[in-house]
Ligand binder design. Structure first.
Ligand SMILES: NC(=O)c1ccc[n+]([C@@H]2O[C@H](COP(=O)([O-])OP(=O)(O)OC[C@H]3O[C@@H](n4cnc5c(N)ncnc54)[C@H](OP(=O)(O)O)[C@@H]3O)[C@@H](O)[C@H]2O)c1
Length: 333
């Protein structure tokens, strides 16, 4: 009998109030604490995480962030899609027609400070506010520094770094007002400079560094700042990379590397946003390499040197099969 009475204290609200002076039962508080933990750690989205929140996602006419846009819309958010190519945007808008007024496309080249400013102003005009900025637009390039044309260096830095700088600066007053967030899509190339990708690695490290500085500058403003080390992810057929001469090429799929499906990368990004996690490394390979880099720079360099040699051999073998697209056709794609 005494045991039953004791158990009741834990389940019965009246008894909890009488005997423990608690407004609810201990079981209620335990369940609530568990639910909070799951939500905080991104395992379950809280009911209002995305409802009517306005997301600006740069470079979202294709690739991972295009899938992110669809997912956010399905969870009640409003999304500003962005890119440069009018033909890509047209096809994409048909695909997003189901979202009605919840999705808008704003063309802007993130290389231009004026266009970034205008993107933010138009987004506010359209939706009345901005809650979240995803700095994602960025060109990928390959080639040793020695062989890389100055124009390629500029394009990669301008899209990845300057675009993130201009947009974050323009969006900050809104993000502070909304106590929103900004996420930088970096790459595993930022974990330790890759041979054969010096410019891309440096640009992605700069994005991480920008996020790290902003994190301090926005301390106690309520604005979430995060960055993502995205790993090898499945590419859209339209994806192009800049070769050292500045021509756009189809990225050849590398044997032995299994890219992460785009929807999985999106779920990881959402989990990071929901948990307000400062940084996330997407793959097990990335996490392992992050650990190795912290333990031994020498070992990390040895591993990457092997990778660099293998990549050189691979690129040499497929070089003749690469499809080239002249840079002047970039906007028409
Ligand atoms: N895919 C991967 O394996 C991988 C791995 C690590 C990191 N990442 C990073 O993840 C991000 C997305 O990659 P992804 O492969 O999913 O995308 P993607 O297929 O390369 O698409 C890039 C998007 O960015 C837009 N874009 C490019 N330059 C722009 C500019 N100057 N201004 C505005 N929009 C621009 C493109 O549209 P327009 O052509 O219409 O401008 C397109 O919508 C990139 O930052 C990339 O570096 C990717």
């Amino acid at each position: 009998m005494a045991r039953i009475s004791k158990a009741k204290t834990y389940f019965d609200t009246n008894k909890a109030l009488e005997e423990l002076n608690m407004p609810q039962t201990p079981i209620y508080f335990a369940v609530r604490a568990c639910a909070h933990w799951f939500i905080k750690n991104g395992y379950v989205a809280s009911k209002n995480t995305y409802q009517d929140k306005v997301f600006v996602i740069t470079g979202s006419t294709q690739g991972v962030e295009n899938i992110l846009a669809h997912t956010l819309l399905s969870r009640g958010a409003k999304v500003v899609l962005n890119g440069r190519s009018t033909s890509k945007a047209k096809a994409m808008l048909e695909e997003f027609a189901y979202a009605g007024d919840s999705a808008a496309y704003i063309a802007a080249d993130v290389w231009s400070e004026a266009e970034c400013q205008s993107l933010i102003e138009q987004a506010i005009q359209q939706f009345g506010k901005i809650d979240f900025l995803v700095n994602n637009a960025g060109m990928f390039c390959y080639g040793d520094l020695e062989d890389t044309a100055s124009d390629v260096i500029k394009q990669v830095f301008d899209s990845n770094v300057m675009g993130s700088v201009y947009l974050s600066k323009a969006a900050l007053p809104q993000l502070k007002q909304q106590k929103g967030g900004v996420l930088f899509i970096s790459s595993m190339a930022a974990l330790n400079g890759l041979g054969g990708h010096a410019i891309y690695s440096a640009a992605k490290v700069a994005m991480v560094s920008l996020a790290q500085s902003l994190k301090k500058e926005l301390h106690k403003t309520g604005v979430f700042v995060g960055y993502t080390y995205l790993g090898f992810t499945e590419n859209d057929s339209e994806k192009r990379t800049l070769n050292p001469q500045g021509e756009l090429e189809v990225i050849p799929s590398r044997p032995g590397i299994k890219p992460m499906p785009q929807h999985l990368a999106v779920l990881k990004i959402l989990k990071q946003i929901e948990a307000k996690r400062y940084f996330a490394i997407h793959s097990l390979m990335g996490k392992t390499f992050y650990g190795i880099s912290r333990l031994s720079e020498l070992l990390a360099n040895m591993i990457l040197l092997r990778g660099y040699r293998a990549e050189k051999a691979f690129l040499g073998a497929v070089n003749s099969q690469l499809i080239s697209v002249h840079p002047s056709e970039r906007h028409a794609m």
